[in-house]
Each structure stands twice: as C-alpha cells, then as structure tokens.
Ligand binder design. Sequence first.
Ligand SMILES: Nc1ncnc2c1ncn2[C@@H]1O[C@H](COP(=O)(O)OP(=O)(O)OP(=O)(O)O)[C@@H](O)[C@H]1O
Length: 190
Amino acid sequence: MPPATKRPVVVFGPSGTGKSTLLKRLFAEHPGEVGFSISNTTRSPRPGEAHGRDYHFVTREEFVAAVERGEFIEHAEFSGNMYGTTVRAVRDVAEAGKTCILDIDVQGVRSVKATDLGARFVFVAPPSMEELERRLRGRGTDSEDSVMKRLQIAQGELEYGNQPGACDIKIVNDDVDRAYKALEQFVFGC
Ligand SMILES: Nc1ncnc2c1ncn2[C@@H]1O[C@H](COP(=O)(O)OP(=O)(O)OP(=O)(O)O)[C@@H](O)[C@H]1O
C-alpha cells in the first residue's frame, strides 16, 4: 500500500454541496501534487485535444470490451458517446507521483471500494437541505426540473454518506475556508 497521502482520494456528496469549488482550490494551491485521472471516451477528439492528455480516445468496440473485462470504475453514455474511468487511469496518476482525486457519485464510490486501489473517501455534506437547495438555485446552471431531481438524489446520497464506515472523513461545507482546510489537511496530512 502506498503512503496515505499518495492513495487515491474519492470525493463524493450531493450535487451542489461544493465539491467542485473545493477541488478547484485544491488543484490551484497544490499543482503537481494532485491529479485527475484521464477518462476513456468513444467520442471523436475536438481540435486541440490530445489522446492520452485530454482523454483516451477509443472505439466503441474497445470501450465495450473493457467494460466486459471489468476495467471501469464508472461509465455512462451521454448523447451517443460513452465515457468512463478505468482503474488503470487512476493507477497512472499515482505512478506519476500524484494523489489521484476522484469526484464521483455513490455508485462510483461502491465500485472503487470493490477494487484494490486503496482509496480514501471524503464525504462532502451540505449544512442542510435548505442550504443545498439555495446553492443549486444560486448556481444558476439548472432548470427547475433538474434542481428537483438533484435534491431527490441528494437524499439517498446523504443517507449513504452518513452510514458508519461509508467515508474516512465527513466535511460539512458550511464555511468554505474551513471546509477547504479540512480537505487539505486530510489529503496532505498537514
Ligand atoms: N461553503 C459554501 N458556502 C456557500 N456557497 C457555496 C459554498 N461552497 C460552494 N458554494 C456554492 O454552491 C454552488 C454549488 O457548488 P459546486 O458547483 O462546487 O457543487 P458540486 O458539489 O461540485 O456540484 P456538482 O456535483 O453538481 O458538480 C456554487 O454556486 C458554489 O459557488
């Protein structure tokens, strides 16, 4: 098992709790120390995108075969293209000397737990459902339907995250500076 600070860190929690906000700051303040895994996709590269840097661009046949071999932590189809994260892609980040950060849903959390990646788990929780709703609306990126759907899914994610043993640390994102410090301390142990 690699040292704790090099083990992958999985960040999960309901949509709108502030995972992206916290991770954006972690990457800005610790460039070179943390990394995201490179996803596989069946979509075509866009101008300027490089294979192995932006995505691993693969054919649908290759993607499906890898799914059948159980190589994916999570995968999904969006507008006709498949996207997913392989166990290999997570290992590559650690082998490059960085802590791999995974921002995934509860299904993905279960899936990582079934691998031998030795990941650590951070549950980012909202201060309350009312505040979560305020943030989702305040973000201004979701339709009313989408906000309602996210809140419904949030209930199940909160139940999962609050179960004993679901995570190594629960961070309630009330004050963003305090929550960030807790995340930084957990990831780097400093
Ligand atoms: N501690 C905080 N206090 C108040 N607002 C916050 C806090 N943290 C984040 N926000 C705001 O809440 C909104 C949701 O945050 P963010 O997009 O980071 O959530 P997320 O968990 O990454 O969501 P998703 O899973 O949908 O990507 C954003 O508008 C963000 O600016």
